[in-house]
Design a binder for this molecule. Structure first.
Ligand SMILES: NC(=O)C1=CN([C@@H]2O[C@H](COP(=O)(O)OP(=O)(O)OC[C@H]3O[C@@H](n4cnc5c(N)ncnc54)[C@H](OP(=O)(O)O)[C@@H]3O)[C@@H](O)[C@H]2O)C=CC1
Ligand SMILES: CC(C)(CO)C(=O)C(=O)O
Length: 285
């Protein structure tokens, strides 16, 4: 099968390398020429393995039937979404972002078949063409518009585990809730995910935040029981959450698409979450 991955950050490089490893035709689209040249010349490097993948900044080379995976952050969508108005009209597209603030805009794109995925891998970008795969996981995919059958062949791909989910809102909101619980606390306290369980002050705040969310969203205890939150902190215990990684690197954090989205979706006031959002927002670059 043929794939184009737009955005060669941590998730884009990982996705491209997994697809290539599984024997697919893969191309990367970067924002910067210098990164495209580096990838084309030196390959994508994951651990001891090198994957020869062509990279370009041009959308003109996107084959009409290729699956497009969009791996830019929420902020990057501001420049990517307008391009979809003119380009890649026939391609099925999958968006890989955390958060949900972009979902309504994506559904309005002219492309007929659009899906979104929750990425459950852990990955860190080491340079413009190198990554470290820190947590083995899967891609959970759900339809946003169009025909399910267009995406179903992806579920049987070997090497990259993609799981199909019937309800996009449920899939994406569960991930938003996980990120709402883990990301702001790790970013503010500068803790690894696992330390949310072992640091008693952080753990108490995690439990209080969980209770606040469970009180606001009646579906929460069934959608995301607390033991699944702690299981994720354990399975990603040595991870630096993406929000902490952004904060440490002086990059913009995905505060609005995750935390503000949750605040706005709730009918009730969420004072703990609102305070965490304001604390992080006030220190943002
Ligand atoms: N990292 C992780 O472990 C996980 C991340 N996620 C989610 O995946 C998404 C991507 O995260 P991540 O890969 O970590 O982010 P990164 O910041 O590592 O990568 C984003 C990439 O998008 C590129 N980009 C921005 N604008 C454009 C454009 N117009 N055209 C092409 N490329 C563009 C950036 O290029 P440039 O460098 O030139 O700015 C950068 O390489 C986020 O929503 C994140 O929350 C989900 C699960 C795990
Ligand atoms: C699930 C979690 C918290 C793993 O680190 C994540 O998605 C992130 O860091 O954004």
């Amino acid at each position: 099968m043929e794939f184009v991955v737009i955005g060669a950050g941590a998730v884009g490089l990982l996705t491209a390398s997994l697809l290539k490893e599984a024997g697919n035709k893969v191309q990367l689209v970067t924002r910067r020429e210098v990164q495209a040249r580096q990838i084309t010349d030196h390959g994508v490097v994951k651990g001891a393995n090198r994957y020869d993948i062509k990279a370009t900044t041009s959308w003109k080379s996107i084959p009409p039937e290729a699956y497009i995976l969009v791996a830019v952050k929420y902020e990057g969508l501001e420049t990517v979404l307008p391009l979809f108005q003119e380009q890649a009209q026939t391609n099925p597209v999958i968006f890989l972002q955390n958060g949900m603030l972009h979902i309504e805009a994506i559904k309005k794109l002219p492309q007929k078949n659009i899906a979104a995925a929750s990425v459950e891998h852990g990955v860190v970008k080491l340079s413009d063409h190198e990554i470290r795969h820190t947590g083995q996981g899967i891609y959970k995919v759900a339809l946003l518009k169009g025909e399910e059958r267009v995406f179903l062949p992806l579920v049987s791909l070997s090497g990259i585990h993609m799981e199909w989910h019937a309800d996009a809102d449920r899939l994406l909101f569960r991930k938003v809730l996980l990120n709402t619980l883990i990301n702001p606390l790790t970013a503010l306290m500068k803790l690894k995910n696992g330390e949310l369980l072992t640091n008693p002050y952080a753990f108490e705040l995690l439990e209080r935040l969980y209770r606040e969310l469970a009180d606001a969203f009646p579906e929460m205890e069934e959608l995301l029981p607390f033991n699944e939150v702690s299981a994720l902190c354990t399975s990603t215990s040595s991870n630096t959450s993406s929000m902490l990684a952004d904060k440490l690197a002086g990059r913009k954090m995905e505060l609005d698409t995750i935390l503000l989205y949750t605040l706005n979706r709730s009918q009730k006031d969420l004072p703990i979450l609102r305070s965490l959002y304001q604390l992080l927002k006030s220190t943002e670059v």
